[in-house]
Design a protein around this ligand. Structure first.
Ligand code: SAM
Length: 295
């Protein structure tokens, strides 16, 4: 191993005064698409990593923690899984996880950035594992907001795997009251909307709480769930929204029965992990309960 001073480093900030340094062993791609700065690098601990606008999107060695968590609680709670919509999802791992369920007849993925999707197919095939070629996959390169405005199809589950809604991000316009109402109108009865919903670190959970508070105006149940994602070096939060079921109440036995139907084996998620995901620390429950800013 080279000495630390000889490495190139990818530095991600979780606060202006906190940084995680990843040593880079290889740069596969670095450039700009029409929508964002894109990098694919390789690191000794995490393997390949996709970085957009300086933010880690996923890493080869722990992406299953993120993608199984994003997809399976939602599919387990959905009344009908035949039609699923993914907003974003560039790498194709969310698509891969959805298509592992045999009930899924069609999964539509809409990502705005064809460059990210093409680079993922070329450099990150371990993520999609053939999902882009599955006949049940319909991959559309376009703005997810425009897609939902133009298409009135309904889905048993809508999975938002978008970049963080930062000011100059192409996902920013998908996080507001009007769009949350539009998304709800595209859910079939008994449908579940789930979203990757930012960090839930004790010093930086305000965006997550803002999303939760806004979504509560639209759904009977809006439930946060959280897991530590090593490549992000922080607790990462998700939100499950439904009028029919609070996903936190699904018993481990129900989840294990659901998992037994999936093609292949899970790396992370099962009944016991489900219970852990939905057991929030007290400080976060208090932050979520407090009144505050909405979108
Ligand atoms: N795991 C990720 C994270 O932690 O933020 C999200 C993964 S995925 C790579 C995010 C995708 O959202 C990107 O491929 C990006 O192109 C896509 N995206 C951003 N804005 C979008 C929009 N308006 N419509 C469709 N896709 C969008």
């Amino acid at each position: 191993m080279p000495k630390t001073e000889h490495w190139q480093w990818y530095v991600e900030e979780s606060a202006p005064t906190e940084q995680h340094h990843h040593a880079i062993s290889q740069v596969h791609f670095a450039g700009r698409s029409e929508f964002q700065q894109v990098a694919i690098v390789e690191t000794p601990v995490f393997g390949k990593m996709l970085i957009l606008d300086g933010d880690t999107q996923s890493s080869q060695h722990d992406e299953k923690i993120y993608h199984e968590t994003l997809v399976h609680p939602a599919l387990a709670g959905a009344a009908d899984r035949s039609e699923v919509l993914i907003l974003g999802g560039g790498e194709g791992a969310t698509l891969r996880e959805v298509l592992r369920h045999p009930d899924v007849a069609r999964c539509t993925m809409v990502d705005i950035d064809g460059v990210v999707v093409d680079l993922s197919k070329r450099y990150l095939p371990e993520w999609s594992q053939g999902a882009f070629d599955d006949p049940r996959a319909r991959v559309i390169i376009g703005d997810a907001l425009a897609f939902m405005r133009d298409n009135e199809d309904r889905y048993g589950a809508i999975i938002s795997d978008l970049t963080e809604p930062l000011e100059d991000s192409p996902s920013n316009l998908l996080f507001n009251e009007e769009v949350f109402a539009l998304i709800k109108s595209r859910l079939a009865p008994g449908g579940v909307y789930v979203l990757q919903a930012s960090t839930a670190s004790f010093h930086n959970a305000s965006l997550h709480c803002k999303m939760a508070r806004t979504l509560r105006k639209h759904y009977r149940y809006v439930t946060s769930f959280v897991t530590y994602v090593p490549a992000f070096d922080t607790d990462w939060a998700f939100l499950a929204c439904s009028d029919r079921v609070d996903l936190a109440t699904l018993e481990p036995e129900i989840i294990d029965t659901y998992c037994a139907h999936l093609r292949g084996e899970n790396f992370f998620y099962d009944g016991m992990t489900h219970r852990r995901l939905f057991s929030l620390p007290r400080y976060l429950r208090r932050m979520l309960a407090a009144s505050g800013e909405t979108f």
